[in-house]
Design a protein around this ligand. Structure first.
Ligand SMILES: NC(=O)c1ccc[n+]([C@@H]2O[C@H](COP(=O)([O-])OP(=O)(O)OC[C@H]3O[C@@H](n4cnc5c(N)ncnc54)[C@H](O)[C@@H]3O)[C@@H](O)[C@H]2O)c1
Length: 282
């Protein structure tokens, strides 16, 4: 199953990162957003990054021309018809994603793979919204996609071995380490990471140690690059609560029940770095 042309649905932070990763790896990429302007903005921002790369000596002018030349943009879903792989990376909303998968199924050539970058939603629900559940899987990239090495390759009950092999090879060509996981909320990384972050908040609420002490302890004691509170602020507390809610909904495990402080901070608009205030002030 040869992949040469990759469609990317969504022009957010992940859609943009995915388009860059695939174009850098030599794939022809079509970015589709709901408006031509936002699709074009993805191409422009990737180009800006490439120009910075040239200034820093990390990219050449020839590489820039080649990478940007492989990226086209559109607002029409129909333009994805000839893609071999489409990666959906729109808002984390099951109804929106299901409707897109149903529409893609009628547009994209038979046999092409439809993948989702969802962090928490059941991939099987997207597979069953199409007439080709054997060709649907998850491809979970991490943020920022160009820098992060890992891709979780998610196998819903219906995916064929051919589909899984093709997307695993695609991730490898993109220079990523692919690991396969079953279709469970949180997959591997988020299912392990978010109870840890939630428990750090619990430990602080119980008065075991200060925020600063917990961060210092986990950096020095585990060699983690940042402590749990700095990471919570980076991820965003709203995103954290929605991932914990998805995990709790799936497993009903109390370790996944978001600590009250997290919800109160979200209500207060203290979401972390993006609002300049979370557990720390920026
Ligand atoms: N941000 C992360 O750290 C991260 C990491 C891995 C995976 N993800 C997943 O990637 C996906 C996209 O996340 P993001 O962080 O890029 O979000 P984002 O908010 O930056 O972008 C969301 C995109 O969805 C589009 N969109 C919104 N409503 C839509 C609709 N009704 N129909 C079509 N498009 C619509 C927006 O225009 C935007 O282009 C989500 O499924 C998310 O769970 C995010």
């Amino acid at each position: 199953m040869a992949i040469t042309c990759v469609g990317v649905l969504g022009s957010g932070i992940m859609g943009s990162g995915l388009a860059e990763v695939a174009a850098r790896a030599g794939f022809k990429v079509i970015v589709r957003s709901r408006s031509q302007a936002t699709a074009d903005a993805v191409r422009t921002s990737i180009d800006k990054g490439l120009v910075k790369g040239i200034e820093r000596g990390r990219t050449t002018e020839d590489e820039r021309t080649a990478i940007i030349g492989r990226i086209s943009t559109t607002e029409h879903l129909a333009d994805l018809a000839g893609c071999d792989l489409v990666i959906e990376s729109v808002v984390e909303d099951l109804a929106v994603k299901k409707a897109l998968f149903t529409a893609l199924d009628t547009i994209v050539r038979p046999g092409a793979i439809l993948a989702t970058n969802t962090s928490t939603l059941p991939v099987i629900d997207l597979a069953m919204a199409t007439s080709r559940p054997e060709s649907v899987c998850g491809l979970h990239f991490f943020n920022p996609a160009p820098a992060m090495k890992l891709v979780e390759v998610i196998r819903p009950l219906t995916a064929s071995d051919e589909t899984m092999a093709a997307v695993t090879e695609f991730a490898g060509t993109c220079g990523k380490d692919a690991v396969e996981a079953r279709d469970r909320a949180g997959f591997i990384v988020n299912a392990l990471l978010f109870p840890y972050l939630n428990n750090a908040v619990r430990m602080w609420e119980q008065g075991t140690a200060s925020i600063e002490a917990i961060d210092t302890a986990m950096k020095g004691g585990c060699n983690f690059p940042m402590g749990p509170f700095a990471l919570l602020d980076l991820v965003g507390l709203d995103t954290t609560v929605s991932i914990l809610d998805a995990l709790y909904e799936e497993f009903r495990d109390p370790h996944y029940a978001a600590m009250p402080t997290l919800r109160r901070m979200v209500s207060a608009g203290q979401l972390g770095r993006k609002t300049k205030r979370g557990f720390f002030t920026y």
